[in-house]
Structure formats: C-alpha cells, structure tokens
Design a protein around this ligand. Structure first.
Ligand code: ASP
Ligand code: MG
Length: 449
C-alpha cells in the first residue's frame, strides 16, 4: 500500500511566507501520492535561533531577536482565514522560544540548544498544516520526535535507521491512511525522548529517512531553484539545470559544496532506491532534476562544484619516528573528533588533508581541538585561504582524455593539491580562494559551453 507514497520536503524559503506556503500546498495537493510533507523552519528563523543559542546576548538583544522570529511567524498567522485555530498553539511555541533563549546555560548546553533550534520547524509545520486545511485537505501536524530516533550527539545527531523504520511503521503509517501528514525536518529525539537536531540543512535528510522508513518510491525536495545546476548560477550565467543525476554524482556534489542538498540525503535514497526530485515550489511547472540510480546518460562531466573556506593541514612525522603506523594514528585522532576528511594526499613522511573551516562554527572548534591533539604526535602546519573546486562526472579515472581536458583548461592556475576521488566520480583541486571563481568559470566554459 505504501509503495507509491511520495514524501515532499519544503525548504525555508518555500515556507517563508503565507504566499509561498500556499504554493507549497498546491504542490502537495497536485500529487495524490504525497502523504507526508516535511518542512524546514521559515527562512530566517533558524539563523535567529542560532544567534540566540550560540552567542552571549544582553536581555535586550534576546528580546529583539525573539521579536524578529515572532514577526516572521505572525505575518503568516495573520493571513490565515481562521488564525484562531492555531494562534494559541503558535503563541505557546513562541513563549517556549523566549524561555529557552533566556535559559542560563543556553550557550553551554547542547541539549538546551537543540530544544531551542527545533522550535523553527515546530512553528512552520503548525502553520503549514493549517494552510493545507484551509485548502480543503485533511492535514495533521505530526510530532516527528515520535519516530525520528537519533543518538544523543546534540546539534549533530545521527539517525537510528532500524528504530526509525519500526516507529514509522507503527506510528506514522496509520496516520497517512486518511491524512496528509505535515512534520518537522531537522528535528529528532534520543531514546530518552530528549530533542535533538541533525545539523544545519538537515531537513532534506529527514525527508529521505522518512521516505526510506515508509518504503516510499519518491522523495521531492522543493526549494527555490529549478533543480541542480551544472554549477552555481551565481558564478556563471551559463550554468544550466540538469534533468538527471545519479545518486553517486549527487552525493559527490553535495559533499563538495553544491548547496542544493544536505550531503547525507543520498544515503537513505541509495539504500532503498528512492527517486529524489529537486525543484522550485514557486515554479513547479518548470520541472527539476531527478536523482536516480540508473541515469539515461553518464557523461564524463556532469557538474562543477566549489567548497569554500577550507584549511589545509599538513602533518609530518618528526624524523620519521612514527613512520610505521603514522597514518593510522593521525586518522585515529581525526576519527575520534568525528571529523570527515575528504581530500588527502600522502608522502613518505607527511600527510596533507583539507578541513571545512567556516569561521565561528562548530567545525572550527572541532578543528582546533583536533589540531591540538595532533601536535602531540607530530609537526602540524595549517594553511588557510583555500577553496576546493571539484569536477563531478563519470569514469574520471579511466576515460581517455577526460582529465587532460580539465588540466589543459586550467593550466594557467596554481593548483595546491590535486585529488582523484576514491571513486570514479570526482576530480578535485585545492586552489587559492582568490582564484576559485575564475577556475570554475574557465572549467565550465571548457566542459559545458
Ligand atoms: N532549519 C534548519 C536549517 O536552516 C534545517 C533545514 O532547513 O534543513 O539549517
Ligand atoms: Mg534548508
């Protein structure tokens, strides 16, 4: 019965206002298979919540920020035909925001942070369910914490896939018999019922996890762009939307900087062979990108991505002391801090790798702790000011002339590090942040125009 189910996820800009929520409701109602709608927080809300959770603020600043959030949500509330249906619940949630924001230890306790961070999705889902009801649908707002079981790594929790499957089958499946279920992306709960979150951008991941647990056939990610592009259209006007992509290509693109999908989204889709669609809720008629297991075409070059704010870390064994087992020790430390390293090169006595390092983020903190621990076993040097540019495609290792075409296009630029991926779908360069935009442009021209 659940085989033709579709899960539709709506991003922050799609549920930003009453008007954009109405377009989303039309998208839901246009597809009778859509039984579950997963929503992000209304655009801007999560950023305000991050500010409240992670910066020491004065009482006045807290009130101001809470008022900003309130304005975004009440603007939507006021345009409902019958705001009275949800007003009380919304004001309760806003009161909870204010209470959590004023919590003495909000800046220090990740569990409290997550309770606060979850409020955005809890408010947007309440409002979106009501918009659907006003359009005549039988919609319910479902608390995702009942089914989205995670570990207790607050702010970056990992899903417990088998538990989610069981909970979804017993608690969510009965709900979709006669209702469209609206639920929260990004949010989960641990075994003790404590609220967790999946990390920024995690709502896509939620949608894919629920689709997997439901045995859904499709998962739609509705956002503000008409699909996945050959490269970021803000870098070159020549960028164009891709009609199709493979799971592997999409995973590489997400990992290497394409902002369209959360990198983990492809994992459930791949396990369950769920077709993933990316399109614009504002212009659904323009179509979008289908991400599937077997593409009709497997071109050598599919897309170019850029990941900004990378640091390059080089660790060296002093006098080759630890030459034996050195790599293992380095990676044990990296693994202990739960850092994921995407690009690595090694030589006899040194290893270089790149880390994501946007300022004032969790990763910046983790990086510091990791580097401090690395210095206890080796010499560590850190260079900043890099971006990673990645060409995603097929048979990048073996296709005749595939890489030479890339290298000759960018021969004028200084490449600090070159990496063929461990799979045949990517070729990456670490380059100066000052050159990366030009490199993307030149590559796009050579490969796609
Ligand atoms: N609201 C969360 C964020 O902005 C999760 C999401 O939208 O995917 O990161
Ligand atoms: Mg998002």
């Amino acid at each position: 019965m659940t085989s033709s189910v579709n899960v539709a996820k709506f991003g922050g800009t799609s549920v930003a206002t009453f008007q954009t929520m109405c377009s989303c409701a039309d998208v839901v109602l246009a597809n009778p298979n859509t039984k579950v709608a997963v929503v992000s927080a209304s655009a801007g809300v999560t950023n305000h919540l991050v500010k409240l959770a992670s910066t020491p603020l004065t009482q006045a600043q807290i009130s101001e920020t809470v008022a900003e959030i309130e304005k975004i949500q009440t603007n939507i509330l006021e345009q409902l035909k019958h705001p009275g249906n949800v007003a009380e619940k919304l004001f309760d949630l806003l009161a909870e925001v204010a209470t959590l924001a004023a919590h003495e230890e909000i800046n220090f306790r990740d569990d409290v942070k997550d309770s606060l961070m979850s409020m955005g999705e809890r408010m947007s889902s309440l409002l979106f369910a009501e918009v659907l009801k006003e359009k005549g649908a039988s919609a319910v707002n479902f608390d995702v914490r009942k089914v989205l079981r995670t570990d207790d790594t607050f702010t970056n929790a990992a899903p417990d896939v088998p538990a989610i499957k069981e909970l979804v089958q017993s608690l969510l499946v009965p709900e979709i018999e006669d209702n469209i279920v609206v639920t929260q992306g990004f949010v989960g709960a641990d075994t003790q019922g404590r609220t967790t979150t999946l990390g920024r951008g995690g709502s896509d991941f939620t949608a894919a996890l629920l689709a997997e647990a439901l045995g859904a056939q499709t998962c739609e990610i509705w956002t503000d762009v008409i699909g996945v592009y050959t490269t970021d259209p803000r870098i070159t006007e020549q960028a164009r939307p891709l009609p199709e992509l493979s799971f592997e290509e999409a995973a590489e693109m997400a990992t290497f900087g394409a902002k369209v999908l959360h990198p983990a989204t492809m994992e459930p889709a791949l396990r369950q062979n769920i077709k993933v669609f990316v399109g614009s809720s504002r212009e659904p008629e323009k179509g979008g990108t289908w991400i599937v297991r077997d593409c009709e075409h497997e071109p050598a070059y599919r897309a170019i991505t850029r990941r900004k704010e990378q640091v390059m870390v080089t660790v060296k064994t002093p006098k080759m002391m630890y030459a034996q087992g050195f790599l293992q020790r380095v990676f044990a430390i990296i693994a202990k801090h739960k850092l994921s390293v995407d690009l690595v090169t090694t030589s006899e006595i040194s290893v270089s790798f790149t880390l994501d390092n946007p300022p004032n983020t969790v990763s910046e903190k983790i990086n510091k702790a990791t580097l401090a621990e690395l210095t206890t076993i080796c010499d560590v040097s850190v260079e900043t000011g890099f971006d990673v540019v990645t060409v995603v495609g097929n048979n990048m290792h073996s296709g005749a002339g595939v890489s030479s075409k890339i290298f000759s296009a960018i021969s004028d630029f200084n490449l600090r590090m070159i990496c063929f991926g461990a799979n045949p779908h990517n070729l990456s360069f670490v380059v100066s942040a000052l050159d990366s935009e030009d490199i993307v442009k030149v590559l796009h021209k050579a490969l796609f125009e």
